[in-house]
Design a protein around this ligand. Structure first.
Ligand SMILES: Nc1ncnc2c1ncn2[C@@H]1O[C@H](COP(=O)(O)OP(=O)(O)OP(=O)(O)O)[C@@H](O)[C@H]1O
Ligand SMILES: [Mg+2]
Length: 261
């Protein structure tokens, strides 16, 4: 469904040589798959997602959606960012209605559709509030409702729950899985958390910095659903992912103690 063919991407820095972030990446994500992209900070996960979304374009190679080259963002590829990007001056309901209006919905159909998606994410009682009156987790649920309402074929999610407390994060992960099981939309979910990847994904694509800008492991998650967070199989999967990540150099260096200087 989404295919990266020999994709390289470099950020052109002012006056200096371009910085290669992705180098000859090949990746195919099939219809209905839940793929997590895992990797350390700065390895190019967001860049990969932005290429699939059509916010960025490859320096070399191509990104295809249903065999057509991605040339722009499109409603069939819904993006959820790390921070809920809501319009602060619009009510929760109007935020969800915004994209639906652009899709041509009007009147009661517009209101009912937006409200149904809010209800499915437990936000019916908050429809007329402004985003500022919601918690971070609730705002993120609005952002998800807004994207789901457009019925995208692919959900592109960039660390969508990483700013939340552990409890809210786990609840939203379960909510996302419930929706995914119901609708079977394709999901590409960026994370730096092995817990999240092992719990959510059918398949984990691991990016790292050893191979310049590349995918260095592509691992199936051989666990049935629904999964338990304390299941031995899940713990074993987390250990495997940790071991793979540990082969990559880390950008964080131990602090040198002042006494040793
Ligand atoms: N606009 C930009 N201009 C120049 N370099 C950039 C730009 N955006 C990102 N980069 C560089 O590209 C690399 C990959 O960035 P990217 O945001 O894709 O990483 P990431 O894996 O999503 O990291 P994180 O986990 O911290 O979000 C980084 O080294 C970053 O410094
Ligand atoms: Mg990122």
């Amino acid at each position: 469904m989404i295919r990266f063919e020999n994709v390289s991407f470099a950020f052109a820095a002012n006056g200096t040589a371009p910085v290669t972030v992705l180098d000859k990446v090949d990746l195919t994500v099939g219809e209905g798959e839940f793929v997590c992209v895992l990797g350390p900070s700065g390895c190019g996960k967001t860049t990969l997602l932005n290429l699939a979304a059509g916010f960025l374009f490859p320096s070399r190679g191509r990104v295809l959606f249903d065999d057509a080259v991605v040339v722009a963002p499109g409603p069939e590829r819904g993006v959820v960012f790390q921070e809920a990007a809501l319009f602060p001056w619009l009510s929760v309901l109007k935020n969800v209605e915004f994209g639906l209006k652009r899709k041509g919905l009007k009147g009661s159909q517009l209101k009912q559709t937006a409200f149904a998606y809010l209800e499915s994410l437990g936000l019916g009682a908050h429809a007329h509030k402004l985003p500022v009156a919601l918690s971070g987790g609730m705002r993120q649920r609005v952002a998800i409702a807004r994207v789901l309402a457009l019925e995208p074929r692919v959900l592109l999610m960039d660390e969508p729950f990483s700013a939340l407390d552990a409890n809210s994060r786990e609840r939203l992960q379960d909510e996302l899985l419930r929706l995914w099981v119901t609708n079977r939309r394709t999901v590409i979910y960026v994370t730096h958390s092995v817990e999240e990847a092992a719990y959510l994904a059918d398949r984990v694509v691991v990016m790292g910095s050893t191979v310049e800008g590349g995918i260095f492991a592509d691992m199936a998650v051989p666990l049935t659903r629904p999964r338990s967070r304390t299941d031995d199989g899940l713990l074993a999967m987390k250990a495997r992912l940790r071991a793979v990540l540990a082969t990559q150099p880390c950008c964080i260096q131990p602090l040198i103690s002042p006494r040793a200087m």
